[in-house]
Design a protein around this ligand. Structure first.
Ligand code: ADP
Length: 634
């Protein structure tokens, strides 16, 4: 070996950990090291091409941009070389000596967090260079940087704990070659058919030619530039899998070639499953941006608003300058037009899907709706966005049903000028709430919002067409009176007598004294049927209880706005209270019931801070009533 000085280094702890997992617990997935090394080579080639197009001085400029794989079956060696950007001595230490943020770190975090079997998740991550040690007993990297006067360097390691770096001969051309001495049980990777099938599986769409013993084995073509009719479904899904590491087929394929006013190609996919779970970093999304087949940027985020971040794919422009810098992209008018067009392609596609195939759209919504909803701030696409929204509603049979605002509009009652919604944690908690009771009785549809973001969405949109969104707890009684009951109320109580009516009014005053400033008012309810009482926001159209709760979470000091307690005089409990009140208006039983009603209402809307008093009072009341019950039984 013609090394000058050789220096020994130790792996950092994090790398040791990664190596340990890769080497000791992964067998079935170890072929992916080929994918990882080819992908690194491809990135290195993209980088050097980017420098060349920018006009940077690059050594060995005439070298073709390619990846070459040599197999030495006799000695169990596979060598993967590229003519990419290469690495200098310091870069080699820096890049290969630390875990890059992209794949491997997330992989480790996921493993630690989810205690998943590494084999199950490894395919979803770019675990990077170190995966080579799943198959290698020794690895030699030789690299020569594209920069002038950087000496060629060699890195050697057995992946156990140390590595060595030395400067090597100056004859080496630009790029990197990785010589892998295979473990005994990994011999298969020096066999041509084996490597060929791995490349076909994972690396077929690498845009640089991959030579396997002097024969090109990948497709090289840019599939997105080909006419749709020439592409088979399998080709699309192969490309999708290559791009995303997903093992499933894509749910949707949106392939377009746009000619005017700007020319570009786009090939977009919507995955079947949302991959949020796998994603550490919400920032990890975007479309790959090419200019005339040259990759300018992986995962460009400006092409895709965050609420469409579930979309994967590539965009290839004819009109952008090749030497455009990533920093100035955003200010480029052509680029903005492309981005705008991409968004309308996606929204247009979804609209069509919602119309033509509502079941499939429902599938889409279940997977990606949670992210999609965050698009409420995209005012430029306001109409399309609102058209695509879905909610569960009182008219749906169960929690799986979806309602669009258009469908709601079609079911409006005569004279209904508002779209009603109620919030809660589950459909059943909303469906059984006293607030919703009256709406159901009158056949008025209520949107059931179970995702906290739903209410932000509606309060930002404010209305759909001319119909304002209104929380059920802020609708006033006079509005409701305009609609006839559809369901006969099953009230078996007699009409209240004139005298009792008076006592009822005094009882309401007594209740207000008991609750003090905690409520704005205690009054007779015109909306309740089966419940004794309900807390409402009042007629000033205030925030719903849910929204207040969210605001309170962000601002602890925010006081609860006092509400109105409405009392149902046609409820047996209240009728009995009136009788007790008549006997002794100061009876402590009344006090207990009022406190209990009030705190139960808070509990239902999720704003009871301390449930202890409620529970203790309840226990006490049960204790009392068990005695009465027993007496009655005797
Ligand atoms: P990742 O590719 O996810 O960044 P890796 O561990 O695979 O992580 O690689 C770490 C870094 O080493 C890369 O980001 C790159 O800078 C450098 N590198 C790896 N392979 C090559 C190569 N063939 N040519 C040039 N640089 C490379």
């Amino acid at each position: 070996m013609d090394s000058e000085q050789t220096k020994k280094y130790h792996f950092k702890a994090e790398i040791k950990k990664l190596l340990d997992i890769l080497v000791h617990s992964l067998y079935t997935s170890r072929e992916i090291f080929v994918r990882e090394l080819i992908s690194n080579s491809s990135d290195a080639l993209d980088k050097v091409r980017f420098q060349i197009t920018k006009g940077t001085y690059v050594i060995d400029k005439e070298l073709p941009l390619e990846i070459r794989i040599k197999l030495d079956e006799k000695n169990n060696i596979i060598t993967i070389s590229d003519t990419g950007i290469g690495m200098s001595h310091d870069e080699l230490i820096e890049n290969i000596g630390t875990i890059a943020k992209s794949g491997s770190e997330e992989f480790l975090k996921q493993l630690a967090q989810n205690k998943t079997d590494a084999n199950n998740i490894i395919g979803k991550f770019g675990v990077g260079f170190y995966s080579v040690f799943m198959a290698a007993k020794e690895v030699r990297i030789k690299s020569k940087s594209y920069l002038k006067d950087e000496p060629a360097v060699m890195w050697i390691s057995d992946g156990l704990g140390d590595y060595e770096i030395s400067k090597i001969d100056k004859e080496l051309k630009r790029g990197t070659s990785i010589e892998i001495h295979l473990k005994e049980d990994a011999k298969e990777f020096s066999e041509k058919y084996r490597i060929q099938s791995v490349i076909k599986k994972y690396s077929n769409f690498i845009t640089f030619p991959i030579y396997l013993d002097d024969e090109v084995v990948n497709s090289v073509s840019a599939i997105w530039r080909e006419p749709k009719n020439n592409i088979k479904k399998e080709q699309y899904s192969e490309f999708y899998k290559f791009l995303t590491y997903d093992s499933e087929e894509p749910a949707d394929i949106i392939h377009n070639s746009v000619d005017a006013p700007i020319q570009f190609y786009s090939l977009l996919f919507i995955p079947k499953k949302n991959d949020e779970f796998w994603k550490y970093n919400r920032e990890d999304y975007g479309l790959d941006l090419y200019v005339r087949r040259v990759l300018i940027q992986h995962k460009n985020k400006e092409l895709l608003p965050e609420y469409l971040s579930f979309v994967k794919g590539v965009v290839d422009s004819e009109d952008l300058p090749l030497n455009i810098s990533r920093e100035t992209l955003q200010e480029n008018a052509i680029f903005s037009k492309i981005a705008k067009n991409v968004v309308s392609q996606i929204l247009g596609y979804l609209q069509k899907k919602a119309k033509d195939n509502p079941e499939q759209y429902a599938e889409f919504w279940k997977e990606h709706g949670k992210i999609f909803k965050w698009g409420y701030g995209d005012f430029a696409n306001h109409d399309k966005y609102t058209e695509l929204l879905r909610f569960n509603s009182s008219k749906n049979e169960n929690e799986n049903g979806l309602t669009s605002l258009e469908e709601y509009e079609g079911r409006l009652k005569e004279g209904q000028k508002e779209i009603y919604f109620a919030t809660g944690t589950t459909r059943s908690s909303i469906d059984g709430s006293p607030h919703v009771e009256v709406f159901k009785n009158k056949g008025l549809e209520v949107l059931y919002l179970t995702d906290p973001v739903d209410e932000f969405v509606l309060s930002t949109l404010r209305k759909y067409k001319d119909f304002e969104f209104k929380s059920v707890d802020s609708v006033d009684a006079s509005t409701l009176e305009r609609f006839k009951d559809e369901v006969e109320s099953k009230n078996e109580l007699n009409e209240i007598s004139k005298e009792d009516e008076k006592h009822f009014n005094s009882l309401l005053a007594r209740m207000k004294i008991i609750l003090g400033d905690r409520v704005k008012e205690v009054k007779e309810s015109k909306r309740l049927v089966n419940s004794p009482s309900v807390l409402v926001t009042g007629e000033d159209g205030g925030m719903s209880a849910q929204l207040q709760k969210i605001l309170k979470m962000t601002n602890k000091d925010m006081a609860d706005l006092p509400k109105i307690l409405e009392i149902n005089k046609n409820h047996t409990l209240i009728r009995n209270l009136i009788q007790i009140f008549k006997i002794d208006s100061k009876d402590s039983y009344i006090e207990n019931v009022v406190e209990q009603l009030y705190e139960s209402a808070l509990l239902l809307e999720g704003s009871l801070d301390d449930p202890h008093k409620l529970v203790n009072r309840l226990s006490k009341m049960m204790e009392d009533s068990s005695g009465w019950y027993l007496n009655m039984k005797k």
